[in-house]
Design a protein around this ligand. Structure first.
Ligand SMILES: [Zn+2]
Length: 339
């Protein structure tokens, strides 16, 4: 089976965006924010939004199941206050749950968290618990920079984040470390902010001792790990200079990378540098890069093609396509085993 660990509802029906626009028009007025009616979206609108997009591409490209979360760039935790973020997050997560209910064989849910720059991460614990226990979700997206490109939060290894990690461990769910849109003009969202954040998170994990405190905590760094695989020698060398343990024991029991790298040489490098047990198949479709590569005639984000074309053994490919995802997402494994 082919499990795509990284998909967002980028094609959600318009009433969702209308709800967000209503929020944006009343950011300073809590009473007005609280009075915005929930978006009305029919099952048919949901089907229509997926049939010509994610479901069509799943079928065409040969994936079976997508681990599906709200649109990452729209999380925009920097907009409004904690109340705005909480209401937006609940609406987005509830919509993912409806997608999963309509297509339980094609999608499984991962939540966004109601983070906000001025709120402690502990304030997101309740929504994580709701999504896992009540909505049946199997993981969360954790934004290391709710300020949207200004990096006002402490590093992910800081104790301020620990309440979320304690709940993740208790629920046995991983997090994908995933920023949202950028309100800093220096950083293009998907071209710079995303890749910066992936790289930044990995360096924070090297500097800290997070996985000593949480030996079973699991983090997925998306977009192929940002610059990390390409600069693996730098990170090994920095860890050595800083008297950190070797990376396999210091971080690789807990940190995983997806395959959202949009060309064959990039994937080949990822597969060569990062142990196969630490790589999960992902495409992030329909996502950041939607075009066709004129050099290959194929979609850039058709990442299954690159894994298929790699020199990995069939057993290693199976780990990347299925086995590793079932290990990193035990609640997914339980669902699939129970089918
Ligand atoms: Zn993403």
């Amino acid at each position: 089976m082919i499990i795509d660990c990284h998909g967002h509802y980028t094609t959600a029906p318009k009433p969702l965006q209308d709800y967000r626009e209503a929020q944006l028009n009343h950011l300073k007025d809590a009473n007005a924010i609280n009075a915005i009616p929930l978006p009305t979206i029919s099952d048919d609108e949901i089907r229509e939004s997926l049939e010509g997009a994610q479901l069509k591409l799943q079928r065409e490209r040969g994936a079976d199941l997508t681990i599906f979360s709200p649109r990452a760039s729209a999380m925009a935790h920097h907009i409004g206050d904690a109340n705005v973020s909480r209401r937006w997050t609940e609406v987005c997560n509830d919509l993912i749950q409806r997608v999963v209910a309509l297509y339980p064989s094609n999608f499984v849910g991962v939540c966004q968290l109601p983070q906000s720059p001025a709120s402690p991460p502990a304030d997101s614990v309740r929504e994580l618990e709701r999504c896992v226990k009540e909505l049946g979700f199997i993981g969360c997206n954790l934004n290391p920079d709710p300020s949207g490109g200004h990096w006002t939060s402490p590093p992910l290894t800081d104790r301020a984040w620990y309440p979320i990690y304690e709940k993740m461990v208790e629920l046995d769910v991983p997090a994908m470390v995933h920023v949202s849109s950028s309100c800093n003009a220096c950083f293009h969202a998907t071209g710079a902010h995303y890749i910066n954040a992936d790289t930044t998170a990995f360096m924070q994990f090297i500097q800290g001792d997070l996985f000593k405190d949480f030996p079973t905590l699991r983090m997925i760094i998306p977009h192929g790990g940002g610059a990390v695989p390409y600069h693996w020698g730098r990170y090994r060398g920095l860890a050595q200079d800083m008297k950190r343990p070797p990376l396999p024991e210091h971080v690789l029991k807990n940190v995983f990378f997806d395959t959202c790298v949009y060309h064959q040489p990039g994937i080949d490098l990822l597969l060569k540098v990062i142990p196969v047990d630490n790589i999960l198949f992902g495409s992030e479709m329909v996502g950041a890069v939607r075009g066709i590569d004129p050099e290959t005639g194929q979609y850039y984000d058709d990442t299954k093609r690159y894994i298929d074309a790699s020199s990995l053994s069939a057993a290693d490919k199976q780990k990347i396509f299925e086995g590793n995802a079932r290990r990193v997402f035990p609640r997914l494994d339980a669902k699939l085993t129970g089918r």
